[in-house]
Structures are given as C-alpha cells and as structure tokens.
Design a protein around this ligand. Structure first.
Ligand code: LLP
Length: 414
C-alpha cells in the first residue's frame, strides 16, 4: 500500500498534487512518500518483533542520504556494498554498529575503513578476501566482525541478472567450503565470528526460495554449534519482491513467518537486508510529455525522462506501471513511452494504454528502488532532482544538477 492515490482525477503524493510538485521542482523528478516509507519499515519491524533482529536497508536500492536518515530514525540498519555507501550512511548520521557489508570485491582500503568505523559485520565472499580481512585486522589490532556469505545454490526464480544464489553466480561461498572456513575462522584471534549470511536474489515473488535458503543456513548454524561455534545472527539478505504490474508477492509477514518458525528455540538474531520492498512503491518518477508521433504502426509518446533517469526497463525489460498524473477521461490508445536518449532501448514502457496530451505529466510507479540510485548522465543529461513529501509539505532532497556539474571534473589539456 502506498500514498500515491488519485483525488478528483489528479494523482497525489500524500496531500500534494504531483502536477504542483513538478511545477515547483521541474521534470524529470523523483518523488518519495515519507508515510509510505515509514509504513513499510513498520511492517518489517512488526513482522520481526518476536525475535532479536536487525533490518539492514540495502543502500544501493535508494541511496539518497535523506532517505537513509529517515530510515535510520525509524531504527533501520544498513546493508552496504562499498566505501561510498558507508560514507553515505555516516553522512546520514546513522549508527555504523548497525551496518553489514557485502560484496565480492572489497578493496583493502574499504575493509580497513569499515573496520575502523566499527561496523556490525563484514560478509566475506571468498577465501582470499578472508585472508585480506585477517591481515588488515591484525595490522589495525581490531577484532574483525565477520560472517561468510554462503551461496546456497538456490534458484530465486527471478530475472537472471538479479539472481545471486546459484552456484554459477559470482556471489558467496558454497556451504561445504564455508563450513571449513568457519572452523578455521573460529581459531583466529583477529576475527570475531558473528554471523552466517546469504542473499539469493531480488524481486522474489514466492516464499519457497527463501525458505529453502534459510533451511540451508540453519543446517550450517547447527553444524557449527555442534562444534562449539555459536554465531550471534543469521542474515537472510534482501530480495522480497513488489508489485510493479500484476505480481503477487508475499507481505513481509508472510515472507518472514515461516523463517521465524524455523528459528524457534534458538538464541540467534535474525538480520535481513530489504531494499526494493522498503522503497520501490514509496517512490515515483514524473516526466513531462514533450511530443507525440507515429512511426509505422507505433504511436510514440516522447517524455523528458529516459533510460538515464530510470534504466530498469532498458536493462532488465522491467515492466513498470505508467499512469497519467491528470486523468482526462478520453479514449486511451496504445503507445510506447520513450525518452530523449539516442538508443532504441530508451523506453519507460512499451505498448501501454494511455490517454495523453502534450505537456502532461506521466508517472512511472514503483520507481523508488533502483531508480535514482542507478541514474546516470548518459547523453550529458543532468541527474534528476529528488523530493520527499511529508503530508502537505515537500522537501527537496537532491537538487537537479547544473550543466557545469556534468564536466566539472574533466580537464582540458592545452
Ligand atoms: N543484500 C545484498 C547483498 C544485495 O546484493 C541486494 C541487492 C540486497 C540485499 C537488496 O535486495 P532487494 O531487497 O532490493 O531485492 N538493480 C536491480 C536489482 C539489483 C539487486 C542487487 N542486490 C533492479 O533494478 O531490479
């Protein structure tokens, strides 16, 4: 449930008209709803309340520091995958003790910075990375908090680009090798073995894959406990899907209940790393219709928002719902909604039934996750502005770039 609803044929962001927001801030514009974000965070908190837990919001899904600050105030921790993301979390005034750090390619600089910052846990993804962590921790005289990201060989049944839990994906360490490494890690003075971690994929719309993965983590947990190695937390990663079109994903409660049931009787905390489920439907992208034209059988609606602002349709063929911010009540026609970028895969949506007039504001729903955070300046287009709506008030949380920003770091050689 989100707070982008129609009132008298005008799409509202909480109590504000989307058309008024774009009049004030311009297009393309990302608009987030605070009430939706808070509601989603509460849904996760409620679902996990029966157990010691940590909700680590996946920063990559929406990395604006205003959003991170809001979620931190609601009690969230963070899942990061780079030093840049850790810097963002710190800039958002969040607690580094609630940060878990995943990723297959952490550099020595990144590991050292994370250890010095005092994060909650490093999710180690290879034997060689573990060696690196040991050496850095010894040098810094810090006991490094570590978990192994296990690759459980479970099919998340999602788009191949966002499936991460199969043996032929680059992520994590298989269970057998992980078990051996845990036995070695437990002997290491420079390490504090604190968890077991997995993240098998994104936009999962059924509970079976995550149950299968959790059961594998639990087996490993018990095998380690039998050897006297007791980890403090099990981290099941992110991956809960959302409704973009006609999907029927489980609610946070439906997703977590079977996992919590399996943990009954065990003194272990449950961590998770939701990104999309927290923020996708808390954000929209608004773009203005510039022109319309017919080429062959196609009717094209050309907007000022393109693949540089929102790459999911071009990159994954993602179908995201597109609506008009003002409903005219005229006959709808089939159209491709495209952007201004010089690529044929620059589209926001194909074959959509819309009633559009030039100057209208089209809105891509579900754009809060992997929208602004994946935007680029391709074709030398400015990064879009971002706005957070709170009831009847709007706050600019990222100003639109200036043209000079596009080349300010470049150097002419005379
Ligand atoms: N934890 C780790 C280690 C991850 O790699 C990810 C996402 C998450 C948590 C959060 O997953 P979520 O709850 O958002 O599904 N750009 C793609 C999604 C890439 C996901 C990458 N990893 C898209 O737009 O669909």
């Amino acid at each position: 449930m989100d707070y982008f609803l129609y009132k008298e044929n005008e799409l509202m962001a909480e109590s504000l008209k989307v058309t008024d927001l774009v009049a004030q801030y311009g297009t393309p514009l990302y608009i987030y709803s605070k009430a939706t974000l808070v509601r989603h965070m509460q849904a996760f908190e409620t679902a996990m309340q029966s157990r010691r837990h940590l909700i680590c919001f996946a920063v990559k899904s929406c990395s604006n520091i205003a959003i991170l600050h809001l979620l931190a105030k609601c009690g969230a921790g963070f899942d990061i995958v780079s030093m840049g993301e850790l810097k963002r979390v710190l800039a958002a005034k969040a607690d580094p003790k609630k940060v878990v750090y995943s990723g297959v390619g952490k550099t020595a600089e990144e590991i050292a910075f994370a250890l010095k910052t005092g994060i909650n846990c490093l999710n180690v993804e290879s034997r060689e990375e573990l060696q690196q962590v040991k050496e850095i921790a010894t040098e810094l005289k810090i006991k490094a908090p570590v978990a192994i990201r296990v690759n459980p060989g479970v099919d998340a049944k999602t788009h191949p680009y966002i499936s991460t839990g199969l043996k032929n994906n680059k992520f994590g360490i298989c269970e057998e090798e992980a078990y051996d490494l845990y036995l070695q890690m437990a002997e290491e003075k420079s390490l504090n073995v604190c968890g077991i971690d997995a993240h098998i994929g994104s936009q999962m719309t059924s509970v079976e894959p995550i149950i299968e993965a959790s059961e594998k983590l639990l087996i490993l947990y018990k095998k380690l406990a039998d050897k006297g190695i007791k980890v403090d937390h099990i981290d099941i990663g992110g991956g809960l899907g959302v409704i973009y079109d006609n999907e029927t994903p489980p609610s946070p409660d439906e997703y977590l209940t079977p996992i919590l049931k399996r943990l009954e009787g065990l003194d272990v905390a449950l961590y998770m790393e939701p990104g999309r489920a927290m923020v996708a439907n808390a954000g929209i992208l608004a773009a203005r219709v510039l022109y319309q034209k017919d080429n062959g059988d196609k009717h094209f609606v050309i907007t000022d928002g393109g693949m540089n602002d929102l790459i999911r349709p071009a990159l994954y063929g993602a179908k995201m719902n597109i609506v008009n911010a003002t409903l005219h009540g005229n006959t709808k026609r089939l159209c491709d909604v495209v952007g201004p970028v010089c690529e044929s895969d620059d589209f926001l949506g194909k074959e959509r039934l819309l009633d559009v007039q030039n100057g209208d504001i089209l809105v891509v729903r579900g754009a809060g996750a992997y929208g602004a955070s994946m935007s680029s300046t391709y074709n030398s287009r400015k990064l879009p502005a971002e706005v957070l709506v709170d009831g009847g008030t709007s706050h600019l949380i990222r100003k639109r770039q200036d043209y000079e920003d596009l080349y300010k770091d470049e150097i002419i050689i005379e």
